[in-house]
Ligand binder design. Structure first.
Ligand SMILES: Cc1cc2nc3c(=O)[nH]c(=O)nc-3n(C[C@H](O)[C@H](O)[C@H](O)COP(=O)(O)OP(=O)(O)OC[C@H]3O[C@@H](n4cnc5c(N)ncnc54)[C@H](O)[C@@H]3O)c2cc1C
Length: 413
């Protein structure tokens, strides 16, 4: 395979999206330089849910077994009514689910997952990871692109992939659509040792307690040593905030009306931190010549489908597939990548908002309607509803699918 001569590809950001991109492009034989602003590579100390579509990507990237070793394979997604304390519905994740979607649903500590990806990058002679590299912009001509760093340094390559997250500088230049939308939803996160978790709630499930304008999520992590707690309150918070330490009473404030078991769970949390969540409306264009966006830089979304990182993984695999097929034409490869990804990620962005409103946070008759509709569904009905999301697999490159006019991979279904 050609490799843009001796040139390297530049990836801005070493989050899950950036590292997956580096691994995918290195599989094509390309040299990759990852430019990360932070002085140390890592992820926040919280959990993440991974659908089967994420495991298809791990397998494609050659890290499937390592990721599985770190994961907890939960038995179900359980939805509880946070006011009455009753179960509304559960989606079984065992054999029938795995057979249907070809891979499991799992939860994992972000640090463990990031560590697996980082180790794979470090083992690759083609991936170079540079920290303290704050990218403030880019410039390009017909044969190359340069990343401009805050230090004044310029680093040149054949393509530049902006995987620099919600506040992406690459996006600011490429799309120029201003700051993200502040959702008004405040999320508090804590990770506690399993012995602090109330015994009656130590379920092998990703559990969602849904209440009026609030919800709580918990699941086990790291070989059941820890439990991840995510508590969200729609309090119309006006400003974006990321990772601010807060005390327990502030977290409890929005949950005084919910089931006592949920309140007790919040009281058990330690070292709570706060995020005011942001997303964006979908846009059609993530590409400018030899530059493209990926992951949260391209399509930041509310977390209600638990799919932001899964979408970044799908982006990375799709990009690698298209670049491999059009290795002499980076601009065309980026266009093909964009064609395959924009509608699917737009759907996840928009539906994440919708399920926040109609499943996570409704009150009164709206909540009763949710319960009634979901209780009427069989497991097969629920699998059918989720097939468009979890059933997508990496597809051959657009260039080799002459007859295929379905819009592609990991594609809209
Ligand atoms: C509460 C919550 C729960 C979530 N739960 C899930 C879940 O269960 N499942 C799921 O799939 N997703 C989930 N997500 C979404 C997921 O966390 C993100 O979509 C995903 O981490 C995005 O990865 P990324 O690599 O695109 O961006 P990021 O993780 O933000 O990485 C961007 C990287 O770029 C670096 N960077 C930024 N600016 C620059 C610059 N100028 N120069 C150089 N480097 C730069 C940053 O330091 C960072 O390392 C959740 C999100 C939230 C808020």
């Amino acid at each position: 395979m050609a490799s843009y001569g001796a040139e390297q590809v530049l990836v801005v950001g070493a989050g899950i999206g950036g590292l997956a991109t580096a691994l995918g492009l290195a599989q094509n034989g390309l040299k990759v330089k990852v430019l990360e602003r932070a002085p140390v590579l890592g992820e926040i100390g919280a959990g993440i849910q991974l659908g089967p579509n994420a495991f298809h990507c791990f397998d494609w990237l050659g890290i499937g077994e390592k990721a599985r070793e770190m994961a907890v394979f939960i038995d179900e997604l359980r939805l509880m009514d946070a006011l009455t304390g009753e179960e509304i519905v559960q989606i079984p994740l065992q054999e029938a689910f795995r057979n249907r979607f070809g891979n499991p649903y799992a939860v994992i500590h972000r640090g463990d997952l990031h560590g697996v990806m980082l180790a794979a990058c470090r083992e690759s002679p083609l991936v170079d990871l540079q920290v303290n590299a704050d990218v403030v912009g880019y410039s390009q001509d017909s044969s190359s692109v340069s990343a401009e760093l805050a230090s004044g340094e310029r680093i040149t390559g054949a393509m530049l992939i902006g995987a620099d997250g919600l506040w992406s500088r690459v996006r600011a230049q490429l799309v120029g659509d201003g700051p993200p939308r502040v959702s008004g939803h405040t999320t508090y996160r804590s990770v506690i040792p399993t012995e602090l978790m109330p015994e009656g709630l130590r379920w092998n499930a990703a559990t969602l307690w849904a209440g009026p304008r609030c919800h709580v999520v918990h699941y086990p992590l790291s070989g059941w040593k820890l439990f991840n707690l995510v508590v969200t309150y729609h309090n119309d918070a006006p400003e974006p905030v990321a990772g601010k330490p807060v005390d327990r009473d502030e977290v409890l404030f929005g949950f005084r009306h919910v089931d006592e078991r949920v309140q007790e769970l919040i009281r058990r949390g330690e070292d709570w931190r706060l995020w005011v969540l942001c997303d964006r409306d979908p846009v059609e264009n993530w590409v400018d010549g030899r530059v493209c966006l990926l992951g949260d830089a391209a399509h930041p979304m509310m977390q209600y489908f638990a799919q932001g990182a899964c979408m970044a993984l799908e982006d990375a695999v799709t990009l690698a597939i298209e670049v491999a097929a059009l290795h002499d034409a980076p601009e065309a490869a980026l266009q093909a990548y964009q064609r395959k990804r924009v509608l699917r990620t737009a759907r996840v962005q928009l539906q994440s908002r919708e399920i926040g409103e109609h499943i996570y946070h409704p009150a009164g008759a709206h909540a009763q309607l949710r319960n009634s509709i979901l209780r009427s569904k069989s497991a097969e009905d629920l699998y059918d509803n989720l097939d468009w999301l979890y059933g997508a697999r990496p597809q051959p490159a657009e260039a080799s699918q002459a007859q295929a006019r379905r819009p592609g991979l990991i594609t809209v279904r």
